[in-house]
Design a protein around this ligand. Structure first.
Ligand code: HEM
Length: 152
């Protein structure tokens, strides 16, 4: 059960962030200010209400399964998780709320774009860390063949 929850929650969380990231880049380049404001509002609601429980469920189910696992892969995943959570809670969520409010007010100024750049940067870092956790998780579960140079 925790394994199924972990798989679905982990992939959902990663795909959610990838969707936020790609849709932001596309709408910032090709969309109107109204389209940007609409997307920023959708990222907060329902976006964050999908992402936050998905990340929490991924971390919780991961740590439950990790109790009976040892090795480099599981240790690496454990070490990455606090960074993923802190980036999400302390940077990406406040950025998303700020951007939604600022865009709704039509304030597309330097502050808006600085916060947008920070959100994209931290989003890319989190996508990388989550991708590494998927790779190591799938190597552990046998869905992906482990790198033979890595101790399991
Ligand atoms: C956002 C972070 C994470 C993502 C995206 C993620 C993703 C995944 C995925 C896709 C799998 C493969 C599951 C399967 O093939 O059924 C997996 C397996 C696993 N993950 Fe994570 N994971 C994350 C965080 C964690 C954390 C923090 C831990 C705790 C140390 C953890 C522990 C495990 C374990 C032990 C497995 C192997 C399950 C088995 O025995 O087959 N994961 N993970």
């Amino acid at each position: 059960m925790p394994k199924k929850v972990h798989f679905i929650a982990g992939l959902s969380a990663t795909l959610t962030i990838a969707t936020f990231f790609l849709s932001t880049v596309i709408v910032e380049f090709f969309g109107s200010h109204e389209a940007v404001a609409a997307l920023k509002a959708l990222i907060v609601m329902p976006g964050l209400f999908i992402l936050v429980p998905a990340i929490a469920a991924t971390g919780a189910s991961g740590f439950v399964m990790a109790k009976s696992r040892k090795g480099r892969l599981v240790e690496a995943k454990k070490r990455r998780m606090p960074f993923i959570a802190a980036n999400g809670l302390l940077i990406m969520i406040p950025c998303a709320i700020f951007l939604s409010r600022w865009a709704a007010a039509g304030a597309f100024d330097a502050t808006f774009y600085a916060v947008q750049a920070l959100e994209l940067l931290v989003g890319a870092v989190n996508l990388t860390l989550m991708g590494m956790n998927i790779r190591d998780g799938m190597a552990m579960s046998g869905r992906l063949r482990a790198n033979p140079t890595m101790a399991r």
